[in-house]
Design a protein around this ligand. Structure first.
Ligand code: ATP
Ligand code: MG
Length: 245
């Protein structure tokens, strides 16, 4: 589903991604972990072409993006249809209700009939346990509820893949569980997800594969058991010691 070969990306003279390789099968959930500044968000931003990578190749399904040239409008469109994004800060439309937020993409991008878009949005809100909040504005919802609306909104576009950048980081600890459980359910249903996270409990609960990024490349990857219980690289051990306090 995702193949990334020898990806590089610099900002000025700083090389942030430095020959990153990654392979992920359809239906697999990968947790991307690593110290602050190691390039995790930059990697996600290259995958959805919010940034153009300098060299290397990204393949998502049947779409190939070569480094050094900005994605064409058509490639951008293809990418938007394949990959849904979920952000740390939710990025919901503040003046639209939960239901309207979820319907927005299907109505205006997929041009689905309103009745169909609304029925599906209600199903998705039910799936993230928010049927009772369909008519609330984001400001009237807790962080955990807003993030679940954001996940429903991404799913409404019927993506083949979800890219999530620290989906639980902005949440109070007691609200993280409700988002983790939604993501766990999606993983069990076979959604392909790449989730950047500092939340090791989330990584442990949802990931088939944990990838540890260090200085812009993959230092180590493996099952959650292998990475968390028996990391082989000193860098991974250091990092885990720090995040565990
Ligand atoms: N648009 C940009 N212009 C210049 N430098 C940037 C830009 N975006 C990111 N960087 C730099 O690239 C490096 C990697 O940033 P990135 O946001 O990918 O890290 P991260 O692993 O997501 O960190 P965190 O865990 O803190 O979110 C950092 O040194 C950052 O300052
Ligand atoms: Mg980041």
């Amino acid at each position: 589903m995702i193949t990334v070969e020898a990806l590089t990306k610099s900002f000025g003279s700083t090389r942030v991604l430095d020959g990153l390789d990654h392979r992920q099968a359809a239906g697999e959930t990968v947790a991307l972990i690593g110290p602050s500044g190691c390039g995790k968000s930059t990697f996600l931003r290259c995958l959805n072409q919010l940034e153009t990578h300098d060299t290397g190749r990204i393949t998502i399904g049947d779409l190939t993006l070569e480094g050094g040239r900005a994605a064409t409008t058509e490639q951008q469109r293809q990418l938007r249809l394949r990959a849904g994004m979920v952000f740390q800060q939710f990025h919901l439309f503040p003046h639209r209700t939960a239901l309207e937020n979820v319907m927005e993409g299907p109505l205006h991008i997929l041009r689905e009939p309103r009745a169909e878009a609304e029925a599906r949005a209600r199903d998705l809100l039910a799936k993230v346990d928010l049927s009772a909040r369909a008519d609330h504005l984001p400001g009237q919802l807790s962080g955990g509820q807003q993030q679940r609306v954001a996940i429903a909104r991404a799913l409404a576009m019927r993506p083949q893949l979800l890219l999530l950048d620290e989906p639980t980081s902005a949440l109070d600890p007691e609200l993280r569980d409700e988002v983790r459980s939604v993501l766990r359910q999606l993983a069990e249903e076979g959604m392909t997800m790449l989730v950047v996270t500092h939340d090791m409990q989330l990584a442990r609960e949802v990931a088939d594969q944990v990838v540890f990024l260090h200085q812009g490349r993959v230092a180590e990857s493996g099952t959650p058991e292998a990475i968390f219980n028996a990391p082989t690289h000193e860098r991974t051990r250091d990092f885990l010691r720090k995040v565990r306090g």
